[in-house]
Every structure is written in structure tokens, then in C-alpha cells.
Design a protein. Structure first.
Length: 447
């Protein structure tokens, strides 16, 4: 039997959390008699098989359940996240020479699921229908959006392809975003400066220092070290905070260092190797537990964390930006991947909807922009605010040990604010967002 004629073709640039989530939602919600044809283009030779754990909060968990991924986890023996309270990280005041102390024991309102990135990508790929094709080694360089409706895609190796809709899910350095805002700048020279500023990612003003600490080595330095407990620790101090996360025989160590509180231009290396002495210098005068941690590992990498300043549009004609390509953010709430999944849910269901045809795809894209752009930018803002709270530079909790130590009472209030900041992630609400999207589609309210 011949396969049904697809209603149109969506090209997705980027085969990671955002791109695969979109393909999975298109597969799940398309009408089998009028499927959406999906081509996923990935610049790497293969889908990434690397990456640490990624926390999935209740909002995105509900969406993964809608895709049936709860059953895939059962098959792999991975326990589901728990509704109800779970013990989270412990926050310590650490930027003084005396021993630090706990000021907030985080009880999470919902026990998030942590999956390794390769497993999450494998689960999403398991949901792709026969109408989805993954093309690796295909690096998008540019595209042309023709007035008649077709989009031509040009790849680094000289190959060319076509689609009816293009979704840039190609991350913080998105090539799609570059062409998207360049086209807007050419179309409206009066706003050319604003649009062109949206093209390059910007340095967040933060560096992150990373290493893996062998548990055995830390035990030799101090068998009672606080980081050897079974809970993640967050060592807080002025303009810096370090996290340790126990993962079996190694501790994942990450330390953020805020140099500027606003985004800045940056012309240095994105990733550099650092010695432990250089990292130790950054935490001079901090409590002994931090000094001991730094001593254990010999090499560190330092990453200049880049983000996207809030963009005014994520949709232009038949082209949309999704995930980090639209809103790469700081990681202090662990929600960037979840936001990519939420984008994919709304856009995927809209494009799959029976009311959307090849001719009116821009309507679906406009509703997607209306519902998702501001919401994801709000999530980015919250993540940034959390980092400022952890580093005592939030306007409501701006402590400076040089001018006097914060009181226990002030730190307790800070702990409560940190606890409250995670509440929105525990209540769900993505299905309600879809109801809103469908109503907008039916009523033509934003069109
Ligand atoms: C330290 C850290 C911790 C984090 N923790 C969490 C967490 O706990 N929970 C959470 O939800 N989020 C977390 N995040 C954020 C999350 O990792 C990202 O938001 C998410 O991975 C973005 O997915 P994406 O698919 O949009 O982009 P990416 O993962 O960047 O994928 C883009 C893909 O596009 C491909 N590509 C790029 N350019 C091209 C091109 N020109 N042509 C073709 N392909 C191209 C790339 O190779 C890549 O495969 C964390 C981030 C960091 C840095």
C-alpha cells in the first residue's frame, strides 16, 4: 500500500533535545492520513552520545508522559519522578575563612527526574515516526525563504534541500538565527541595529569552572568532607557559587564566577584549561571545605558562558527558532532543556493540527511565538535571578562580607526565596497551555 501524501515538510536544524522533541510531538500528533514529513539536519557526524545529567521538572515530565516515554522508562527500569517533597541541595555560606554553615536545606516540591542526555535523546528518537529522517553531517550555512512559500536550505558540503517550514533548533550559536535576523535587518533598515544585535550570542558575564573529583581522593584529604554526603552541596559566596553533585565514584564539581552582572562582549577563548592554583585564587579567603575541594583535582576547564539576549521575534514567515537558538539561558534553575521541550510541544501540536495546511503554516508559527517567546524569556530571567541569589548579588539579598556579615535571619529569608523560586516548576500546566493554543487557532485571536 502506498504511503499517504504528507501535508507539508518541516526541516528541523539541530538533532538534540529541542529538535528531537519537535519531531517526536509532530510524530505523536500528526494525522496518519495527512502526516507531516520531517527532515532533521545535524551538523555532527552522529547524534551526541555525551553529556551529563539533565533535570526534568514536572512541567516537562507531563509532556514526556504524553509521548508515552514513561512506559519507555519502565522498560529500561528507570524509576519515575515522585510527586511530593524530595530532598534537594544544601546551601552553605562559604565566603569566609571560618568554617561555613548551612543556611538552606532545599526541599523540592516535586522530585525531578534526572536523565543522562544520551538517554533522553534515545527516548525521544524512539518516538519518531517513519515520516522523520535524520541527516547527520549536514551543517546548515544559510537558507532562502521564497515569496511563494518554499524554503531552500544550503549546507556546508554544497548540498541543497527544500522544505515548507524551517525550525532552527541549532543551539546558542544558531546559524538559522543569524540568517533570520539578517533577513529582518535587510527588510527593515530602520531596525537593522536591533535585529543584528540578536545574531551573536553574548557572554553572560559568568565563567564556569568544571572538573570531576574522584571521591576516594577527597576522602583521603578529609574523610568527613561535607561534599561526601549523599546530597548536592551549593557553596555560596559573593559573586561565586560552587556545586558538588555525587555521581558514584566521582563528584561533579562546577563553580560559577560572575565577573559582570550584565552581558558583555567577549573575544577570549570559549573553553580554556586552568590549573588548580588559578581556581584556588578565585576562592581565596573561602571556608576550608572549598579549599580542600579545589586541591583534589589537578586540571579544570573554564567556560565563558554565553546566552541570548531576549529577542523580539522567534518567528518570521515560515521560519521559527526553538530551544537554545531562541533563548539560551543561564543554568541556575536547570530549565533550558525543559523550555525547549515546551516550545516543541506547542509548535509540534500546532503544525500537526488538522486546521493547519501548507498554505497557512505562518498562522501556527505566530501562535507559537505568542505563547512561548515571553514565557521562555521569563524562565531565563528566573534562572539569572537564582544565580544572583546564590551569589549574594540579587538586589533583595546583596550581602558583602567586607562590609559586615549577613545575619542568620537574612540568610534564612534568602533560603526561603530560593525555595519559592522553584515552585512554578512543580505545578505542571503544559496541557493548559495547549488548550490556549488550540483556542487561539480556532478563534484566530492573534492572526
Ligand atoms: C551546565 C548546564 C546544566 C544544565 N542543566 C539543565 C537541566 O538540569 N535541565 C534542563 O532542562 N536544562 C539544563 N541545561 C540547559 C540545556 O542543556 C539546554 O537548554 C538544551 O540542551 C538546549 O537544547 P537545544 O536542542 O535547544 O540546543 P543544543 O543542545 O545546543 O543542540 C543544538 C544542536 O544543533 C546542532 N547544530 C548546531 N549548528 C548547526 C548547524 N548549522 N546545522 C546543523 N546542526 C547544527 C548541534 O550540533 C546540536 O546537536 C543545562 C545547561 C548547562 C550548560
Amino acid at each position: 500500500m502506498s504511503r499517504p501524501q504528507p501535508k507539508f515538510t518541516v526541516a528541523i536544524c539541530g538533532a538534540a533535545i529541542g529538535g528531537f522533541s519537535l519531531a517526536a510531538f509532530l510524530s505523536e500528533y500528526s494525522d496518519s492520513q495527512h502526516p507531516v514529513n520531517v527532515d532533521i539536519y545535524e551538523s555532527r557526524p552522529e547524534v551526541s552520545t555525551r553529556g551529563a545529567g539533565i533535570g526534568i521538572w514536572k512541567r516537562s515530565w507531563q509532556l514526556l508522559q504524553n509521548l508515552g516515554l514513561d512506559k519507555e522508562l519502565d522498560r529500561r527500569g528507570v524509576p519515575h519522578p515522585k510527586d511530593g517533597e524530595a530532598r534537594g541541595p544544601v546551601f552553605r555560606k562559604s565566603d569566609q575563612e571560618a568554617e561555613g554553615y548551612e543556611f538552606h536545606s532545599h526541599v523540592m516540591p516535586y522530585g525531578p527526574l534526572t536523565l543522562t542526555r544520551p538517554l533522553l535523546l534515545e527516548l525521544l528518537q524512539s518516538k519518531l515516526s517513519a515520516d522523520c529522517t535524520v541527516h547527520t553531517n549536514t551543517h546548515l550555512v544559510r537558507y532562502e525563504d521564497h515569496a511563494g512559500g518554499r524554503i531552500t536550505l544550503y549546507f556546508k558540503d554544497g548540498t541543497i534541500s527544500e522544505a515548507d517550514v524551517l525550525v532552527g533548533a541549532d543551539g546558542v550559536h544558531s546559524a538559522t538565527r543569524a540568517v533570520f535576523f539578517d533577513n529582518l535587518a535587510l527588510a527593515d533598515p530602520s531596525k537593522a541595529d536591533v535585529y543584528r544585535r540578536c545574531i551573536p550570542p553574548r557572554w553572560s558575564g559568568q565563567f564556569v569552572y568544571r572538573t570531576l573529583i574522584p571521591v576516594e581522593k577527597l576522602r583521603n584529604v578529609n574523610p568527613r568532607h561535607i561534599a561526601l554526603s549523599d546530597r548536592p552541596q551549593i557553596f555560596c559566596g559573593k559573586s561565586k557559587h560552587a556545586l558538588t553533585n555525587p555521581t558514584g565514584e566521582v563528584l561533579n564539581f562546577v563553580m560559577f564566577h560572575t565577573v559582570f552582572e550584565e552581558c558583555h562582549d567577549y573575544d577570549g577563548e570559549y573553553i580554556t584549561e586552568l590549573s588548580k592554583d588559578e581556581v584556588a585564587k578565585a576562592v581565596e579567603g573561602w571556608e576550608p571545605a572549598v579549599q580542600e575541594l579545589i586541591k583534589v583535582s589537578d586540571t579544570y576547564t573554564r567556560w565563558a558562558v554565553h546566552v541570548i539576549d531576549p529577542i523580539p521575534l522567534s518567528v518570521h514567515g515560515r521560519v521559527a527558532l526553538l530551544g537554545d537558538a531562541a533563548h539560551a539561558m543561564l543554568s541556575h534553575q536547570g530549565v533550558g532543556g525543559g523550555q525547549a521541550i515546551e516550545d516543541a510541544h506547542i509548535l509540534g501540536r500546532l503544525l500537526a493540527h488538522q486546521a493547519i495546511t501548507k498554505e497557512n503554516t505562518p498562522n501556527a508559527l505566530k501562535i507559537y511565538q505568542e505563547l512561548r517567546l515571553k514565557a521562555s524569556q521569563k524562565a531565563a530571567e528566573r534562572s539569572k535571578e537564582n544565580g544572583m541569589m546564590y551569589e549574594f548579588i540579587h538586589p533583595d539579598f546583596a550581602f558583602d562580607s567586607r562590609k559586615g556579615e549577613p545575619t542568620r535571619d537574612q540568610l534564612t529569608r534568602l533560603g526561603q526565596a530560593i525555595g519559592d523560586s522553584f515552585q512554578w516548576l512543580a505545578v505542571g500546566g503544559c496541557d493548559e497551555d495547549w488548550t490556549m493554543a488550540e483556542n487561539m487557532l480556532k478563534n484566530g485571536s492573534t492572526l
